[in-house]
Design a protein around this ligand. Structure first.
Ligand SMILES: [Zn+2]
Length: 159
């Protein structure tokens, strides 16, 4: 049997995976309604964990859109990139322009501790909930799941 669906992503976090995640690339779409079921979306503030090449993990407490029916979490790519650009320009200018990937969410108690003192990579991974799935949607008359994408997609920053 051909092993076509070879898993390329491994679970990094020690916590159970949570949420299906969509990093929204459409600046004019703010998703007040769910692209999948058309229900009104809720807001949920969560510490997102972001990996920036080569080896930087950090968390960003961010208000995302959330649909409880679909367990779908949406963050806006331009917001995330705006934050990355300003954060790293100050803290670590040599990584500005590198690839990044939103990995999952951080347990809230761990995130709180992290605001008091810097967390090690190991502490971050201990408290990380990977995403269950990373999804994308595209417009073709209506919004449909883009099944051509595989697993987590790397975004490229343009700063
Ligand atoms: Zn929905």
């Amino acid at each position: 049997m051909p092993n076509r669906k070879k898993k390329t992503t491994i679970q990094l976090g020690k916590q159970p995976p949570q949420y299906r995640f969509f990093l929204n690339p459409y600046q004019d779409m703010r998703w007040t309604k769910c692209p999948q079921c058309d229900s009104k979306m809720h807001q949920r503030k969560l510490p997102l964990v972001i990996h920036v090449d080569p080896m930087n993990l950090f968390s960003l407490n961010k208000t995302c859109r959330y649909c409880p029916h679909c367990d779908l979490l949406i963050a806006h790519q331009d917001d995330v990139e705006h934050f990355l650009a300003s954060f790293f320009t100050e803290q670590k200018p040599e990584v500005v322009g590198n690839d990044y990937l939103v990995l999952g969410t951080l347990e809230r108690p761990a995130w709180k501790r992290g605001t008091q003192q810097p967390m090690s990579l190991q502490e971050m991974l201990e408290a990380l909930h990977d995403f269950k799935e990373v999804v994308t949607f595209k417009l073709t008359g209506g919004w449909v799941r883009d099944e051509t994408k595989v697993s987590a997609k790397k975004g490229r920053r343009t700063v």
